[in-house]
Design a protein around this ligand. Structure first.
Ligand code: GLN
Length: 490
């Protein structure tokens, strides 16, 4: 395997035993970027020189005999909705095409403190609204397993970069599935932590009660290392929990003997590709062979998750996106009759179709006369959905399901039909509505395309999920496969 295809923990061992230098790792990743980025188009911007400088600084630390942190010298890519001081943060939107933040998101600072090497900013659906990364205002990212398929979204660039060896790990954000779904489509591990585990300070807000930042990695160990680096209380985000969080490395234990796992029937209903179902059934057998007790359960309000999400998320988005008016930063039209005309033209030209759709939906749902009928009702159903999970967790340690109803689809297949696109997230949305942790791990393949297994846990049970995910991973070999980077480039 090439250097750029290794895991962070393996590279860490090679760095500390002085078998490899951080500069070499960085050069290997940028070499891969040079070779494949034309096809994959995962990045919106790259910071090669800064990355190399950071890598050399890590090498000097090692030379001086200093201890280095687990992510020191590890090339990490960032989704382009994470604010990076002095480095463009566009959210893949024309309205922020030139926005250079004056500060770093907390997660970015935390990674820097760990001496991780930031490689660049990755492509995404505009403002994280979408499931295929086709809503980027700038470019289409291709799935490394088949270049004519989407990488998923909205964090498609981050998932594709990790799968293709263009970064060792990456960060994304997940509001309704945007880490887990692209992780599943690209055959990598992707975790959405419990709401409040990771600071959202400096994450450009989509739907603030649902958004959570999380890692992409090639295996569960790297996922735990990344989570260690980014989690924890932050006084700049009042929704981050003030309690002490565990060292997630302690969860990397190969033992799920006696674990009780629930399989929600609603996640195996109509719409699920039969071949995906079979892969998940095989995964269940593996978990049973490792001593887990798997049983069917039910989450009766699942059928309302999609409509609830598509009231709450757009409602919050319509409010969050009101700030893009062309006044202080970002895109502004040149010609306008007066200030109101300037706002209106700037927003009409600066936002793409999906973003406008959400702003209109959200504004409608929050408007006088409709607020009670839509928004308030959605909040009530959200509580019912959360209670479904609470009831299930009285009996089970965690739940499992397919991450997505199908494997990655082709470009253009769903982009003109919003509802079909929204359905790509039917298995991930409820987890955000309930604020729970969820992780997608490689579970197998259908026609050469990766399938993700989703593990859903109680609030703050990331350690349980990682332990189960680790046990599954160690019993299988899916995470060891690397994509061929073939197919017809669109
Ligand atoms: N695909 C979902 C949406 O379009 C989820 C996106 C996300 O998690 N950011 O809203």
């Amino acid at each position: 395997m090439e250097i750029c295809e290794l895991t962070a923990h393996k590279l860490h061992n090679l760095l500390t035993s002085k078998e490899i230098r951080a500069e070499e790792v960085c050069l290997a990743v940028f070499k891969r970027i040079n070779q494949v980025e034309d096809k994959v188009k995962a990045y919106l911007s790259l910071v090669r020189e800064e990355a190399l400088e950071k890598a050399r600084a890590v090498d000097r630390k090692i030379d001086r005999g200093e201890a280095i942190s687990p992510l020191a010298g590890i090339p990490v890519a960032l989704k382009d909705n994470l604010c990076t001081k002095g480095l463009k943060t566009t959210c893949a939107s024309k309205i922020l095409y030139n926005f250079v933040p004056p500060y770093n998101a907390t997660v970015v600072d935390k990674l820097r403190q760990e001496d991780a090497v930031i490689t660049g900013k990755t492509n995404m659906d505009e403002f994280a609204m979408g499931s295929s990364t086709e809503n980027s205002a700038f470019q289409k990212t291709c799935n490394p397993w088949s270049l004519d398929c989407v990488p998923g979204g909205s964090s498609g660039g981050s998932a594709a970069a990790v799968a293709a060896g263009e970064a060792i790990c990456a960060l994304g954000s997940d509001t309704g599935g945007s880490i887990r779904q692209p992780a599943a489509f690209c055959g990598v591990v992707g975790m959405k932590p419990t709401y409040g585990t990771v600071s959202r300070y400096g994450l450009v807000a989509f739907a603030s009660s649902l958004d959570q930042i999380g890692p992409f990695a090639r295996d569960v160990t790297d996922c735990a290392l990344m989570l260690n680096a980014i989690s924890g209380h932050d006084s700049m985000d009042s929704t981050s929990v003030p309690t002490e969080l565990p060292d997630y490395r302690n969860a990397l234990v190969e033992d799920i003997d006696g674990f009780r796992i629930g399989v929600p029937a609603e996640y195996f209903a109509a719409g699920l590709d039969d071949r995906v179902r079979r892969v998940i059934e095989e995964a269940i057998t593996v978990l049973e062979q490792r001593g887990a007790r798997v049983e069917e359960t039910t989450l009766p309000h699942t059928e309302y998750a999609l409509s609830t999400y598509y009231i709450i998320a757009p409602a919050e988005a319509s409010s969050n996106l009101a700030r893009y008016d062309g006044v202080r930063y970002g895109y502004r039209v040149e010609e306008a009759e007066d200030v109101v005309d300037m706002f209106s033209r700037t927003r009409s030209r600066g936002f793409g179709a999906e973003v406008k759709r959400r702003v209109m939906l959200g504004t409608y749902a929050l408007s006088a006369g409709y607020y009670d009928a839509y928004y308030l009702k959605a909040l009530k159903v959200r509580t019912l959905i959360r209670r479904d999970f609470e009831r299930a967790f009285e009996k089970f340690d965690f739940l499992i399901s397919p991450t997505t109803p199908s494997t990655a689809f082709r470009f253009g297949e769903k982009v003109d039909d919003p509802l079909t696109m929204y359905l790509s997230d039917v298995f991930t949305l409820a987890v955000n509505l309930a604020g729970l942790p969820g992780v997608s791990i490689p579970a197998g393949f259908v026609d050469g395309m990766p399938v993700g297994l989703q593990l859903i846990g109680k609030p703050f049970s990331e350690s349980t999920l990682l332990r189960a995910a680790y046990t599954f991973e160690q019993s299988t070999a899916h995470h060891l496969k690397r994509p061929p980077l073939t197919g017809e480039v669109k």
